[in-house]
Each structure stands twice: as C-alpha cells, then as structure tokens.
Design a protein around this ligand. Structure first.
Ligand SMILES: *[C@@H]1O[C@H](CO)[C@@H](O)[C@H](O)[C@H]1NC(C)=O
Ligand SMILES: *[C@@H]1O[C@H](CO)[C@@H](O)[C@H](O)[C@H]1NC(C)=O
Ligand SMILES: *[C@@H]1O[C@H](CO)[C@@H](O)[C@H](O)[C@H]1NC(C)=O
Ligand SMILES: *[C@@H]1O[C@H](CO)[C@@H](O)[C@H](O)[C@H]1NC(C)=O
Ligand SMILES: *[C@@H]1O[C@H](CO)[C@@H](O)[C@H](O)[C@H]1NC(C)=O
Ligand SMILES: *[C@@H]1O[C@H](CO)[C@@H](O)[C@H](O)[C@H]1NC(C)=O
Length: 937
C-alpha cells in the first residue's frame, strides 16, 4: 500500500508542510527550510522510531492519531498512562533545542568553526565531537536540560556544514559521517589557490574536478579572504564582493540554486538523524525519550527539613509521601520522577532522584531528624530549595516542609531568579512554628509566602496533626496534565473574580489561602455555594490550616463562573484543572546580524519597551485544533485589566506576542481561545510571576569546562535608569570557586563589560551541570536583574574508538515461513562485542526486539552476547556503549526480503554504527504513519 503513488504524493506534501510550517528563526535559509524545520523533522522522526521500538519491546501497539507532537506523546505514553497526557514538556524540550540552535547565530556569529565557514573543518568537527561527549555525559547524569542546550548548538554547526561547504556540489547525497566520527580523518581539503585568480561562481571548477572539500569564507567585519577561495555570500558577508564574487552558501532557496539548496537540506536532515541516532544509542531508548520531555509529565520533588525539632513532622511528612506514592502508583498520574532533598543546620542534600517509587519510599524512610536542632536556629531551607530548583527539570512541582524561617535568607534573590527561569512551582508547608527566642534572624515566614506566590504555589500553615489532610493538595498537583485557569492574590478587601471553565477541563479545584475569609462561588446558571456550605450544590469544601480546597463536582457547568471574596487579611486564590490544552512561553528579545532571530531571556525583560513572548499552544489534536483568542499580561496582586498583546502566527502552533503596555510590578501571562474538538472556549494562565527591569544583564556560555580548569565568562550590565555603582552578586549551585567584580560602574544606556571566572575542582565528575546566577543591582534606583546560565563540566576524552558488535551465529531455522504461525516458535543469535583497546564496554542493551538478551561479564575483553526471541519479533538491534559514550551496534533481521522492514534501522550494518539515512526514510515513515491513519479511520 505504501508504494501506491497517491499515498506517496500525500506523504511528500506532508513532508513539505512539515518543512514549511516552522518558525523561520534562523535559517539555513529564509526560504522553506530552516534550522528549525530540519531539526524538527529529524527529532520527530527519531523520536517516532524510538517510541515505536519501546512500544514493540513492551508488546504495545504504536498508533499515533496524527503527526502532531501532542499525538506522538499520547501514542508513545498512552499504553503506560491511559488517559490524557500533556505534551507541554515535549513541546518545551523541542523549543529549547530549536532556540539554542538559533543562538549559535547570535553568540558565535563571527566564529568560523561554529558555522563551518572559511574551511574550519577540523575546528567545526571538534565542536561537534566535544558537544556530543558532553551531551552523553549530561544524559547519564540526568542533566537533560544541559544536554538539550548543547544538542541544539551542535546540530546547528553540523547542519551548517551542508549549506556552507561544497559537499553537495561534489555530488554527495549522503551525510559526511566523519563529522560525527572523530576516529575517522577529514582530508582532501582544497588548499591550492585558484591559478587565474578569476574563478567562476558558484564553485571553482578545479575544486570540483579534484573532488576537494572547501567552504565559503565569511567576513562580517572585513572583506579579506585568501586568494582564490570562495565566499559564503549574502549581504552580511563583506568578502563576497571580492573576486571570486558571490558565494557558495545554500542558506536560502533562491532562483537558480533550488536543487543545491534542497540537496543541502536533505543531507543536513540525514546528518542530524545520524547524530541523534548516536546519542540515542548511548542514552538508551527511555532516556532518549526523557531527554526530549517524553515522560509522564509530573515530577514531584520534596525538600524536607530534618532538624531535630522536626522529628514528629518528619514522621507525618513520611506518611504523607508514602500515601502520595502509593495512590499514584500505576495510574496515568504516576510521577515520572521523584526527587528528595533533605536540609537541616548547617547542611543540605544530597539530592536523591529516582523514577522508581519504591526506591523513593526507602530513601524517605531513611530520613531522620538529625542535626543539633538548637531550637532558635533556623535552617538552610533556601539552600535545599536551590538544590531542588536547579536539579529538578523545569516546571516541576516542589514541596517544602519546614517549621522555621530560613537562615540562608541571603539566597532569596537567587531563589526568585531560579523560580522564574525554571518556571517550577514551590509550595511550602509550614508546620506549627516552634517557639523561639528572637535572635538576629532577618527572615520571617513571609519570605516563604513571597517565594510561593512568585512561583504560583502556596504557603500553607498547618499543624503536624493536620498535615495528612493537606496531602490532597499534593495529590491534586502531581497529575499528568495540570493547568491553571486563574491565580490572584490581594492584601485584603472584597472583590469578585470571574473565570472561564471549558468543557474538557476535569478535576477542577479551587484553592484559597488566608485567614478570616468568606467567599461565595457561583456557576453560569446562578447556582451558588458559600464557604459555610461544606457540601453544597457545586462541590465539596475542605479546610486545613490557612488553606481552603474546593473540589467542583464532575458535572460542572461550562462558561463563566464567579467567586466573591472578602477578607481583612491577605489572601490568594487559585483555580486549577486537568487538561491537555495548555501553553508554554518564553520572553524573548530579537537579535540582528546576518542571521537574525529571537533569543530567550533568562532574567527579566527590559522596562520601557514592548515585551515579546514566544508562545506555543497545545491542543488535543495538535495546534490546529485550537484557535487562540486573546493573549496578554495581567498583574496577580492588583485589580487591573489585561494588557493585551498583538499576536503573529509563526506557524506550527507558535505565536509571537508583543505587549506594548507592560503592567507595573509582577504579572503573569493569560490566554483565551477555542477548542475546536469541543467548540468550547477556554482560559489558561501561567503560574510564574514576572516583572520588567531597567537593568539588563547579558551573558552566554558556549562551551563546557574541564574539571580543574578555569572558565572565563564575559558578561555585560546596562541600565536605562540612573547610572552609578551597580553591585554584582554571582552564585553557583555547586559552590565552585568563582571570581567576579563586586561592583561595576554604570553610565545610563551603556553596556559595561566584566568577566566572571569559575573553576570546578579536579574531582568533579564528567557531565556535572552547574547553574550560575549573575545578579546586578543598581544602588541608585534599587532596580535589579539577573542572568541564569548553565554550564557543563566535562573531562577531555581521547578514546573515540567505537565498540564493535558482530553477529556471529543465527539460529532461525525453526521459524515458519508463514508469519501468522510465528507465535509458538523462537529464534536465537549470538554476537561478538569488543571495545578493542578503548575504555571498555559499559553497557549492552537491546535497541529493537522484545526477546531476551544476555551477555558475558563486561570485564571480558571479548564479550559474547546471546539473544533469544519469538519468531514474531523478527528484528534485533543490539547496542554496546563504552565508558565514555562511544556507541557500536549490530542489527539482524530474520524477515524474508519481500517483507518491508519496520521503520527501525535497516538490518545489515557491518561493523555497527548507525545506518545511513536518505530521503527515502522520512517518506517511508510518513507513509507508514499515513497508512496507520487510513487503517484507523
Ligand atoms: C541519597 O543518595 C546518596 C548518594 O547516592 C546516598 O548517600 C544517600 O544515603 C541517599 N539518601 C538520602 C536520604 O540522602
Ligand atoms: C479526576 O477525575 C476523574 C474523573 O473525572 C477521577 O477518576 C480521578 O480520580 C480524579 N483525580 C483526582 C486526583 O481526583
Ligand atoms: C477595565 O476596563 C473597563 C472598560 O474597558 C473599565 O470600565 C474598568 O474601569 C477597567 N478596570 C480597571 C481596574 O482598570
Ligand atoms: C562592551 O562590549 C561590547 C561588545 O562586546 C562593546 O560594544 C562595548 O563598547 C563594550 N563596552 C565597554 C564599556 O567597553
Ligand atoms: C566470535 O568469537 C568467537 C570466539 O571468540 C570466534 O570463534 C568467532 O569467529 C567470532 N565471530 C566473529 C563474527 O567475529
Ligand atoms: C590501540 O591504540 C593505539 C593507539 O593508542 C593504536 O595505535 C592501535 O592501533 C590500537 N590497537 C587496536 C587493536 O585497536
């Protein structure tokens, strides 16, 4: 069926649509294909293959209902998590890779190596090699965000090779595998000058004749280039006016170069697939999926005070955590990961993270109230929280249990910066504060309230007896598709809030914190329930400590609801539900240069100018199934109308929002729209509060650092407020030694440059990810801002030799020719695996096939692996990874040649290594996808 022409044509159209519908952030060109579309095509294809292999190995069917990211996640996790699964983390992970890919055009615009310009082939390959090593170590240490950042950047450089060199002009259709194989040479680089000095464009004839590799010279500041060499070309390249004029870059699809541009795009896509396959090999299927945010979305992180005074509270907290783990186990809401950070005085950590609920229970059971517990010494709560914020994935739910104000309150600014850059939600359970002598403690419990509110969480005061009753809140928030409809806080007074509940929203819950509160909720039909009616016409009301929780009945009315609040004390209100319709966003700034684009801001957006957000909306059936109405910014703590933004559709569910009148103080993002599946209107709100600043801090890290080495990071500070001294405070979460100026003098409107150095100790394990916060505060206006950077510590490696895997013997004679009879027969195979004189094999895993794999001890020099499977599982893929992440693999298929192989790698690859992938593969994949679709409908 796949060979039918109409299906192919349709698949081709789909492939083109996929290529065209992406944000033209930073192109290989400004035309149809961009770095984003090439990266997206490769990632979606590789992830689809991986999901399919995982499904097959666990005996599930893999049937996405369509090609969107949302449907891929649903199909990939569906069998293990029936019900709806949010694609927000997947979309955020994709976006992160895309954006970082584009950042290479901002941060390293003038560097030849990052773009394979000016024949910097070895340097360019060096960046790719170094990056891939770093990615593999990061994945091993579960530092997925750091890995994604590097992945985006490495893919940019790799893709640029095909646009900026003459690889495709030389007639190559396959990628240049040596770029990701540091064990193979790069030779045959064009080195002689053009004899006549007057060479025809676009490619010097003799370069092609001699089959030499070259790339275009790029000069953004100077028009100099070596005699006779080619230019990159384009308006930003000053060398392109010098003979030989023009340029060989295939960045854009222009009249006359369509074929070369398309060939470059195809090769760049295949090359991206090869690189992803190598990373997948080292990571394993499940971690490769987690790298890209494909996991049940809830990550639950507990930060627990273990000072002696907490003894009873720890017991209560333990009970609570056990109950949470047990009640979620095996359900669609089971967290994909648990994280635990203990803290006391004077210590905190270590952080324990696990995907196994039983391991987390055993870790929690080991917690003991330990430290001196001098009753008037508050604890290192914020240090523990910092560890959780930097160690947990972005958008995690973090729960803190303590009974004392934070001793390390000087970290408050850092914590606020980390909250806004990670968008994690922090809820703080403050058990009955113990009586204390007033010592020189600057902190108060209000600091906790500030932090919780800034993150969209709550500070809950509760006695230890009541702690179990507060468990419900954690159960509510650790679900696979939590969305916020409304969140507000007020210092006191009466006010009526309205909110829109859509048809598909489930498990709608309102939370109110505060004391001496009265409220009345009304549905669109006018039915109401007040705080005195614990069980009324609309739902069930519970209260514990300063928290009210109102769970609306399942048969709620859709439309505009109201809640009328009155209190003489400060209060907060939050309305949440479960649904897959949601959005993710980043505040961005545009950047110029030869390849302009948008860069995400890690600090606060600049005051006095429009705020720009890049926002992606997820619908139930992909972005096409929602229509966005209004997007704007709204203060959480003041009654004010929404500051509406103007929207530009960037395609593929991505929207650029520009808000001219940014609210003063703290604000959040609010969005309304229509779900075309149900025809219902919806409202969603972001949880993390943000504000603008006149101070700007910019900094970028574009490389990893070796243990024991010092890395210099230049940064700039600017203010549009009044000048004068600006104090600098930098911190890193690993407490590595740093140097930086304490003060930088500022002149209004001018960037001041400074340098920070950081030196990870010699014994830092490879793959360690450091989060660095640089904070700047002007003394004149007390305005402040920050930049948050991530840095990987990676040891230099010299072993680039891949393990080899050779199929030695296959016993498939028992398998019947008639595949329908396969179930009662088995086949087996053995393979020889060795790492030669490399670092040694670290792990041997199954890439494909659902049989049983066993092997000799990994300490053997030559390892024999045996595989035994049902005759129904016809393809096996075995992967061997050495201690530094080099990957070797072997495949075998017992399928008869007439049967089309599955989408996985082709069976016969001598000597391991990923098979080469041509254009045929994406088409085959789309074709299979379509066939699946047609078969279902
Ligand atoms: C957490 O992990 C570390 C190292 O893996 C271990 O030493 C420690 O006992 C674990 N448990 C707790 C509660 O810290
Ligand atoms: C959410 O609602 C569904 C039914 O709509 C119910 O089965 C499920 O238990 C609820 N989840 C929670 C956490 O209450
Ligand atoms: C919001 O806008 C409406 C009319 O558009 C206006 O009547 C009202 O006063 C505004 N509210 C605030 C708090 O600005
Ligand atoms: C800081 O560096 C930027 C470029 O990196 C430069 O344009 C600017 O003039 C420098 N500022 C000072 C005060 O040296
Ligand atoms: C595998 O190893 C065995 C024993 O070392 C050897 O006899 C055999 O020739 C090897 N096969 C391959 C394909 O290298
Ligand atoms: C072992 O490594 C050395 C270099 O370190 C290399 O020259 C040699 O060829 C390698 N031997 C094998 C069998 O791979």
């Amino acid at each position: 069926m796949c060979s039918a022409l109409p299906a192919l044509a349709l698949a081709l159209a789909l492939a083109l649509a996929l290529l065209q519908s992406s944000v033209a952030f930073v192109p290989i060109g400004g035309g149809a294909a961009t770095h984003v579309s090439i990266t997206g095509t490769a990632l979606l294809q590789k992830l689809t293959e991986t999901c399919k292999a995982v499904a097959e190995a666990s005996g599930h069917e893999f049937n996405p209902t369509g090609p969107s990211a949302e449907e891929l996640v649903q199909a990939c996790l569906g069998p293990t998590a029936p019900g709806e699964v949010s694609a927000a983390k997947f979309r955020a992970a994709l976006q992160e890779v895309y954006v970082q890919n584009g950042m290479v055009d901002r941060d390293s615009v003038a560097s030849a190596a990052y773009h394979f310009n000016s024949e910097a082939f070895l340097e360019g390959r060096g960046l790719i090699t170094e990056g891939v090593v770093s990615i593999k170590f990061n994945i091993q240490k579960q530092e997925y965000q750091a890995a994604r950042v590097t992945l985006g950047r490495v893919l940019h450089t790799l893709q640029d090779f095909y646009s900026h060199s003459n690889w495709v002009e030389l007639g190559n259709t396959e990628p240049f595998a040596n770029l990701i194989r540091p064990d193979l040479p790069i030779e045959n680089i064009y080195s002689s000058d053009c004899a006549s000095g007057n060479c025809p464009n676009p490619i010097l004839a003799n370069i092609l004749q001699e089959n030499k590799l070259t790339s275009g010279y790029m000069g953004t500041l100077s028009s100099e280039k070596p005699k006779g060499k080619c230019s990159h070309g384009g308006a930003g390249d000053l060398t392109s006016a010098v003979e030989p004029r023009g340029g060989i870059s295939k960045d854009e699809r222009r009249p006359g170069n369509e074929a070369l541009h398309d060939a470059a795009v195809t090769a760049a896509t295949s090359a991206s697939l090869q690189l992803l396959e190598d990373i997948r090999g080292a990571a394993g299927n499940r971690d490769f999926l987690r790298l890209m945010g494909i996991a049940r979305s809830a990550v639950v992180c507990f930060v627990i005070d273990t000072t002696r005074s907490m003894a009873d509270d720890i017991a209560a907290a333990k009970e609570m955590v056990y109950e949470i783990i047990d009640s979620k186990k095996g359900t669609q809401d089971e967290p994909s990961e648990y994280i635990l950070v203990p803290f006391n005085d004077p210590g905190w950590g270590p952080m324990n993270r696990t995907t196994d609920p039983e391991v987390m229970k055993s870790e929690i059971s080991k917690l003991k109230a330990s430290s001196p517990g001098n009753t008037d010494i508050p604890e290192m709560c914020l240090s523990g929280l910092q560890m959780a914020l930097t160690g947990a994935p972005a958008s995690s739910q973090i729960f803190v249990f303590t009974d004392a104000p934070a001793k390390d309150i000087h970290l408050k600014g850092t914590i606020l910066a980390l909250i806004s850059s990670t968008k994690s939600t922090v809820s703080i359970y403050i058990t009955s504060p113990r009586r204390r002598k007033r010592r020189s403690v600057k902190a108060s419990f209000n600091d906790y309230t500030d932090l919780a509110l800034a993150s969209g969480g709550q500070a809950i005061h509760v006695s230890k007896e009541d702690l179990p009753a507060a468990t419900e809140v954690i159960l509510d928030t650790s679900t696979s598709a939590l969305v916020t409809v409304l969140q507000r806080s007020r210092s006191s007074g009466s006010e009526t809030f309205t909110f829109l509940l859509d048809e598909s929203l489930r498990n709608i819950t309102l939370y109110i914190t505060g004391s001496q509160i009265t409220f009345t909720i009304s549905n669109p039909a006018g039915v109401s329930q007040s705080n005195t009616q614990l069980s009324g016409g609309l739902g069930t009301i519970q209260s514990v400590g300063n928290l009210w929780r109102i769970r609306l009945d399942d048969d709620k009315q859709t439309g505009t609801w109201k809640i009328q609040m009155a209190s003489a004390q400060p209060y907060t209100l939050k309305v949440t539900g479960q649904n897959t319709i949601t959005f993710i966003y980043d505040f961005v700034v545009p950047f110029g240069g030869p390849h302009p684009g948008y860069a995400p801001i890690t600090g606060r957006p600049q005051a006095g100018r429009p705020a720009m957000l890049l926002l992606s909306v997820m619908g139930r059936k992909g972005p096409a199934s929602v229509t966005v109405g209004e997007v704007g910014l709204i203060p959480v703590s003041r009654a004010e109308n929404v500051s509406r933004g103007s929207t530009t559709d960037m395609g593929n569910g991505d929207i650029m929002v520009t808000v001219d009148a940014v609210p003063h103080g703290e604000f959040v993002v609010i969005l309304t729209g229509t779900d075309s599946v149900s025809g219902s209107q919806f409202q969603r709100q972001s949880t993390t509060q943000m504000s603008v600043s006149k101070v700007i801090v910019t900094a970028a890290v574009d490389s990893s650092v070796e243990p024991g080495q010092t890395l210099s990071i230049p940064f700039s500070v600017m203010t549009e407020g009044s000048g004068g001294p600006c104090s600098i405070n930098a911190r890193n979460d690993k407490e590595f030694p740093m140097t930086f100026p304490m003060n930088v003098p500022l002149t209004t409107g001018q960037y001041a440059n400074a340098t920070l150095t950081i030196t990870p100790p010699k014994d830092t394990p490879s793959g360690t990810d450091v989060t660095l916060t640089i904070m700047a505060k002007t003394s004149a206006s007390t305005d402040s801002n920050y930049a948050v950077l991530r840095l990987s510590v990676v040891s230099k490696i010299t072993d680039f030799v891949r393990p080899t895997c050779k199929v030695d013997r296959v016993g498939a004679d028992d398998c019947p020719a008639d595949v329908s009879q396969c179930a009662s027969f088995r086949w087996d195979l053995s393979a020889n695996i060795t790492d030669g004189n490399g670092t040694g094999i670290d792990r041997i895993t199954l890439r494909q096939g659902n049989g049983v794999l066993s092997h000799d001890a990994l300490t053997h020099l030559d390892i024999e692996a045996s595989y035994n499977a049902s005759c129904c599982s016809q393809i096996v893929g075995i992967v061997a990874v050495d201690k530094v992440g080099n990957v070797g693999s072997c495949y075998h298929s017992i399928a008869l040649p007439t049967i089309a192989p599955s989408v996985g790698p082709t069976p016969t690859v001598p000597g391991g290594g990923p098979p080469s992938l041509g254009l045929a593969r994406p088409l085959l994949l789309l074709c299979l996808l379509l066939a699946a679709l047609i078969a279902r409908s």
